[in-house]
Write a protein that binds this ligand. Structure first.
Ligand code: PMP
Length: 399
């Protein structure tokens, strides 16, 4: 059997991390990794998470029984309200499902498996998008197509091309959308642009599948980052939303997420839940408990929730500050080109516009690690390395 197994290509981001780790240069900079780092370049365990962990561990009633197939109820109910809003028509009319998943990736996967079974239509993903979208959707048996997203000339959204592609897609296609902090470009549609996108999706009877990996992490404001999803729900759409707590609560390794579904009727919601449970059972049986317990505690306790808001804002603000400082440093250096997009973009990533050759030089000459599409993780920058990075960037642009 194993003689016929060829080597799979390495995952580009994980491979980059391996190269970074192996580099002995003390001034190396890792801008590839999609995880928050503090001013010292270290992972940050949110103090509110530490607090919740202690409460959970010290609870004498804690056991390690299985969760239900669709997860911890207090977690999924709070997750649905977090993304849709407490007074969402879908919540008030009880036409939603929340199913706990293996983080955002697992929510995308479960949603994909559901759509492959019940909506036989192609799925359109943005070009570019998170590297795993194509892999997950294709692996689940969906036909994957692309819609243009990035306009390199304006270093912003390719709105016209995006709308034209959605208009020419077969009626009833599935459209995968990033509601905030688009990965990898950091470019989000404005509320006006979302309206235009929603109009085409409605006219064509397309089905929206939101992948929300950065709620609150993007702007520091949970409601603002959920704006696109809530707008679609207010407009009466049925939809799916994949939610992740990797970034906004920093629970990367706990694999804590939720697949939220909005249906037209409570009866549909009951049927959808039963099918999600059937799919989930065949894939993982039951989701893991610990991360869901932490999130449930934070979302359902007013005091802990308030503390989380402050800590979430600390992360979002640090990233926004890094954007400004990078822009200022490039302005000071007089780096050729326009760099305003660095401050205009939102979320963890910035699409610099650097090409693969320039990236290669940054890695080999300057020990600055980033993906070859020119994407940088703003979280990898801090006051100790930002000037060095700006100077390296300046050099590659000039040479
Ligand atoms: N979707 C997008 C767009 C992402 O950027 C990420 C994280 N890189 C994910 C989903 C999933 O992350 P996780 O599985 O850690 O929740």
């Amino acid at each position: 059997v194993f003689n016929n197994v060829p080597m799979a290509p390495p995952d580009p981001i994980l491979h980059l991390n391996t190269l970074y780790k192996a580099d002995p240069n003390p001034h190396k900079i890792n801008l590839g990794v999609g995880a928050y780092r503090d001013e010292q370049g270290k992972p940050w365990v949110l103090p509110v998470v530490r607090k919740a962990e202690h409460i959970i561990i010290e609870d004498p009633a804690l056991d390690h029984e299985y969760l239900p197939i669709d997860g911890l109820k207090t977690f999924t109910e709070a997750s649905v309200r977090l993304i849709l809003g407490k007074s969402s028509p879908a919540v008030l009319e009880n036409r939603y499902v929340g199913c706990q998943t293996i983080s955002g990736s697992g929510a995308v996967r479960l949603g994909a498996a559901f759509l492959a079974r019940f909506r036989k239509a192609p799925i359109y993903i943005s070009k570019p998008t998170w590297g795993n979208h194509r892999a997950i959707f294709a692996d689940a048996g969906l036909e994957v197509r692309e819609y243009p997203y990035w306009n390199p000339e304006v270093r912003g959204l390719a709105l016209k091309e995006l709308l034209d592609t959605l208009k020419s897609a077969p009626n009833g296609s599935i459209i995968c959308l990033h509601p905030c902090a688009h990965n990898p470009t950091g470019v989000d549609p404005t509320p006006e642009e979302w309206k235009l996108i929603a109009e085409v999706i409605r006219d064509k009877s397309h089905f929206p599948f939101f992948d929300c990996a950065y709620q609150g992490f993007a702007s520091g404001d949970l409601d603002r980052d959920a704006g696109a999803v809530r707008y679609f729900v207010e407009q009466g759409f049925e939809l799916l939303v994949a939610q992740s707590y990797s970034k906004n609560i920093g629970l990367y390794g706990e694999r804590t997420g939720c697949l939220t579904v909005v249906t037209r009727t409570p009866e549909q919601a009951t049927a959808v839940r039963s099918q999600l449970c059937k799919l989930q059972r065949a894939m993982i049986s039951m989701p893991p408990a610990f991360g869901a317990r932490i999130v449930s505690m934070i979302l359902n306790d007013e005091k802990l929730f308030g503390q989380w808001m402050v800590e979430l804002k600390t992360m979002a603000d640090r990233i926004i500050t890094m954007r400004r400082e990078l822009f200022n440093a490039l302005s000071e250096l007089g780096t050729p080109g326009t760099w305003k997009h660095i401050v205009d973009q939102i979320g963890m990533f910035s699409y610099t516009g650097l090409n693969a050759n320039q990236v290669k030089v940054l890695i080999e000459k300057y020990h600055v690690y980033l993906t070859d599409n020119g994407r940088i993780s703003m979280a990898g920058l801090n006051s100790g390395n930002i000037r060095r990075f700006a100077e390296a960037l300046d050099w590659v642009v000039r040479n």
